[in-house]
Design a protein around this ligand. Structure first.
Ligand code: IMP
Length: 432
């Protein structure tokens, strides 16, 4: 039996919510290990729709332990709001079923503001990232800059003022430079004190809980957010998020050894999408993109922005398989391709006239690569709701098999609609 890490193998929005929910039913513990409330996971359980941004997907299921690991940046206001919404839907959110690592860095209002100030300023100069404006980047900067306020600091009111001072020395200098008013010490202290009682009951030594669970043979699911191409090191820098989104991050982001990670499942959409700015070699800014976007309902869960759409890019996913150590993929949204006469798949790039089989690291080269396509025959029948390979049109099976070959990883799960039972199981990641 393996623990399982789920990661996105493209630019996020691969349909992780459904797969994570499917897996979390089989897990004992569900752990978030990076990102924050920039993620958007939609779960449909017994006909009820739950929208999660910060909380692990296990929260909507009774009897699971949900964990927010130290690799997450944690917005206490978002937590309070999301918990209240879930409670109103009948979900139990309590310190018995949810633990937050004591060493998790906080996102405060000044982080959210800074994210917005920078994006606004960059809009005028054409250099914006297109962030979710949730303060993710500024919060990670403070963590690495060793001036973050962490969850445990809320319990120590003697040292908290000093920590706030250090944070404000940095932020007020930035705010002055960007032409915005300073924040007062009192305002931040008040912000922290006002949420402390809501957060502290959940605080715990997560590394110890995970160690105990692991020794007791519990099944642990590590729930990644965003996608490999948004990874701070391996993504399309600087058009990335500010955390490592790859599978290896589950270890430091939760406090568990790398040998406990087990099976790596890469969630992979049957075509490609991205939100925000940045290179996208197979983007179809035409009727094909419109078709995919409309049929696939490609609008951001968090920001509502229209997602950019394009053909499947096997170069990117092959690279994601390598950097994550993906053992198998969950292929999603195959049904969106139903009805197309032909389907293109990118198998390589041409960079300055030379054929290459990888995404180059430099921003300039990433913007210059031209996709090299193979064209496959589409299918007339539907794949929607298929629950076995026999239910799929022959050309659809051919498409899936060809993708497996191109990316060098097998399909473990095939999702054919948003309904949880519309899934073809090839390999159970927990049993692998
Ligand atoms: P940030 O994470 O808010 O700093 O945004 C940085 C980049 O990551 C932007 O292009 C966002 O659109 C993208 N991003 C962040 N979270 C997600 C996600 O959950 N799905 C897809 N894209 C995301």
């Amino acid at each position: 039996m393996a623990n399982v890490v789920v990661v996105g193998s493209q630019w996020g929005d691969e349909g992780k919510g459904k797969i994570v929910d499917w897996l979390s039913e089989r897990a004992d513990v569900v752990v978030r290990f990076q990102g924050g409330h920039n993620a958007g996971h939609t779960l449909v359980v017994d006909g009820k729709v739950y929208k999660l941004s910060l909380l692990p997907s296990g929260i909507v299921r009774q009897g699971k332990l949900s964990i927010i690991g130290n690799g997450v940046v944690f917005d206490p206001h978002a937590f309070v709001a999301e918990s209240a919404k879930l409670k109103a839907q009948g979900v139990t959110v309590s310190p018995e079923c949810l633990k937050i690592a004591e060493n998790t860095a906080l996102i405060l209002s000044l982080h959210r503001e800074l994210d917005g100030f920078r994006e606004d300023a960059a809009s005028n100069s054409g250099t914006k990232i297109g962030t979710t404006r949730r303060g993710i980047g500024p919060a990670y900067e403070d963590k690495v800059g060793r001036r973050a306020v962490r969850v445990m600091d809320l319990a120590d009111l003697d040292t908290l003022p000093l920590k706030v001072d250090r944070l404000l020395t940095h932020h007020n200098a930035l705010r002055r430079g960007l032409g915005h008013p300073e924040v007062s010490h009192e305002a931040i202290m008040q912000e922290l004190i006002s949420v402390a009682d809501e957060i502290l009951p959940y605080m715990d030594r997560v590394w110890k809980i995970l160690d105990d669970k692991r020794r007791a043979g519990a099944r642990i699911l590590f729930e990644g957010a965003q996608g490999t191409l948004l990874d701070i090191d391996h993504g399309t820098y600087p058009f990335v998020t500010s955390s490592n989104t790859v599978a290896g991050q589950a270890s430091p982001g939760a406090g568990i050894g790398p040998d406990s990670i087990g099976y790596v499942l890469g969630i992979t959409k049957a075509y490609t999408t991205r939100v925000g700015e940045g290179p996208f070699p197979t983007e179809q800014d035409n009727e094909v993109g419109e078709f995919l976007g409309t049929k696939g309902h490609e609008f951001g869960t968090v920001t509502g922005r229209k997602r950019r759409c394009g053909w499947f890019d096997a170069v990117l996913v092959r690279q994601a398989v390598a950097v994550n150590g993906i053992n198998g993929i969950a292929l999603t949204k195959l049904d969106v391709l139903d009805g197309l006469d032909e389907i293109k798949v990118c198998t390589g790039y041409r960079l300055d006239g030379v054929l290459i089989d990888y995404l180059p690291a430099s921003q300039g080269a990433q913007a210059r690569v031209e996709p090299v396509y193979e064209t496959l025959e589409g299918w007339k029948g539907t794949t929607k709701g298929a629950r076995s390979w026999n239910d799929l049109p022959a050309q659809a099976v051919k498409y899936v098999r060809h993708i497996e070959e191109l990316i060098g990883a097998p399909v473990a799960l095939l999702s054919t609609s948003p309904e949880r039972d519309d899934t073809i199981l090839v390999t159970d990641p927990f049993q692998d």
